[in-house]
Design a protein around this ligand. Structure first.
Ligand code: SAM
Length: 466
């Protein structure tokens, strides 16, 4: 549909005073039209409106005008793809990646690093507004100047087709593997290892190999490789291990993980060390951390320091304080906090991460920490039952946010300060709303751990109402 026709449709809708449901019938799949983006949404898509009907366009930047094609229609909104840009945003840049359009990894590589910060600020602010929360406490996003080559971890699906190995990333919403020569958010070393893997697996196929994980330490560029297989009994695995270790002196650990389930979960529950150590050693803000293959570790080491500094700054822990770090992973925040606190408790449901956390406490001579393994919603009752007085609670939950019971216990805990570290502004804002009868939001600091993508991390300080 051309601009003239779009105008006519708008006019017609006004005249007929159509309901939103009826309006969607005015658009059809594959229909072409000219739109201007008035905003951007949490997926990084341009948001255009035609008389209140919303169209989301992937790859479009706010204030740009483009010819687009409708690809999916819902009751109140539609998705469209960009056909031709008619006006270009000053924030548009040329993506450095050749597979940017097809690979599902990066969403914002067409946007300047500086404007990505603004977009992420707006993503957080939009969720706050939706929940009726004040936005004037939100600071501008902290980010890397050039968000490239920052990832310390990559998980790559492996498949064989037409006698060739395919290693890459899944195309968005599919299981097609998009291959690449260089992934620009990975380090050069990681890209070189991926090339070597491709070459070796082409020559000596391992059809049982489902995923390859590469982890790199920030402090000295040590490498851990995880090979996730559906069957461990393939002699080619030793050959692959030999080839990798021979080619890269940085490799300090190769772990085999058995996952014989046909689900989307990456890891199975059994690991076997094929070479070297069972962990990767890294350093952050002066502490050492041993990380197992299946334990969580922030993927951007440079911004991880910033994230933890902001967390500690917000928590402002005093020597007499008892601190609870919920969803503590391998104990990074808990052990950093222990340097300022009387006592720190860490709670985490992944048993391997809890083993790491306890080992990391010893490694750093930390004697005022205690780590507990279990679901946060169950373990929080321990503190109530044993009448443990908490001064500060730090939470860093997965994308799903806090369980209702965890929110209830935080409210009744008596803790004066709550620091909420979140990787999902949507659940963050909803949880903050639920906490708002008892806690005041004091400060909100978005931290961009995931440059070139739509994702953003946020550190929020809340204080108990007087
Ligand atoms: C976003 S990570 C944060 C980890 C840690 N704070 C860090 O910075 O490395 C969330 C952690 O919560 C753990 N987790 C997920 N669901 C949980 C639950 N229901 N109870 C306790 N821990 C959980 C995950 O295993 C993961 O280690």
């Amino acid at each position: 549909m051309n601009a003239y026709l779009a105008m006519k449709v708008t006019k017609m809708m006004k005249m007929m005073n159509k309901s939103e449901e009826q309006r969607s019938f005015l658009f059809q799949k594959n229909q072409e039209l000219t739109l201007t983006a008035v905003d951007m949404n949490h997926q990084g898509y341009g948001v255009a409106k035609v008389d209140g009907f919303v169209v989301f366009v992937k790859g479009m930047i706010v204030e740009e005008t483009a010819r687009v094609k409708i690809v999916k229609i819902f009751k109140n909104y539609a998705y469209a793809i960009l056909l031709e840009l008619l006006t270009e945003s000053e924030h548009r840049v040329k993506p450095v990646c050749s597979v940017y359009q097809t690979c599902g990894g990066c969403d914002l590589m067409h946007v300047s690093a500086d404007f990505q910060k603004t977009i992420k600020y707006r993503i957080v602010a939009e969720q706050f507004t939706r929940q009726g929360l004040e936005t004037d406490v939100i600071s501008q996003t902290m980010a890397m100047e050039t968000p490239l080559q920052y990832r310390n971890k990559v998980i790559l699906p492996v498949a064989y087709a037409k006698g060739r190995v395919k290693i890459g990333f899944y195309r968005q919403n599919s299981h097609d593997i998009v291959e690449f020569d260089t992934c620009h958010v990975q380090s050069t070393l990681q890209n070189e290892i991926i090339s070597k893997l491709k070459q070796t697996l082409d020559e000596n196929p391992i059809y049982e190999l489902k995923n390859v994980v590469i982890r790199e330490s920030y402090s000295n560029h040590d490498i851990m490789i995880g090979l996730v297989v559906s069957n461990v009994d393939n002699p080619q695995l030793s050959k692959l291990t030999y080839e990798l270790v021979k080619s890269f002196s940085e490799i300090k650990s190769i772990i085999l993980n058995l996952n014989d389930q046909k689900t989307n979960t990456i890891f199975g529950k059994k690991d076997k060390v094929l070479y070297g150590e069972s962990f990767l050693l890294d350093e952050c803000l002066g502490l050492k951390f041993k990380i197992s293959l299946r334990s969580f570790y922030q993927v951007n080491s440079e911004m991880m320091s910033v994230l933890y500094e902001q967390t500690l700054l917000a928590a402002n822990i005093q020597r007499h304080e008892v601190v609870l770090d919920l969803y503590c992973g391998i104990g990074t925040i808990a052990l950093l906090a222990s340097q300022y606190a009387k006592k720190v408790y860490g709670v985490e449901q992944n048993p391997q991460a809890i083993v790491d956390a306890k080992r990391n406490a010893k490694l750093n001579d930390v004697y005022n920490s205690e780590f507990m393994c279990g679901d946060a919603k169950d373990i929080v009752d321990h503190f109530v039952k044993h009448n443990i007085k908490l001064d500060t609670i730090i939470v860093d939950p997965p994308r799903a946010g806090l369980h209702d019971h965890v929110i209830d216990i935080i409210k009744s805990s008596g803790a004066q300060k709550l620091v909420y570290v979140s990787c999902n502004p949507l659940t963050l804002a909803a949880n903050l709303k639920s906490l708002s009868d008892i806690f005041t939001v004091e400060s909100v600091q978005p931290v961009d751990m995931f440059g070139q993508t739509k994702h953003v991390e946020t550190v929020v300080l809340l204080s108990r109402k007087g």
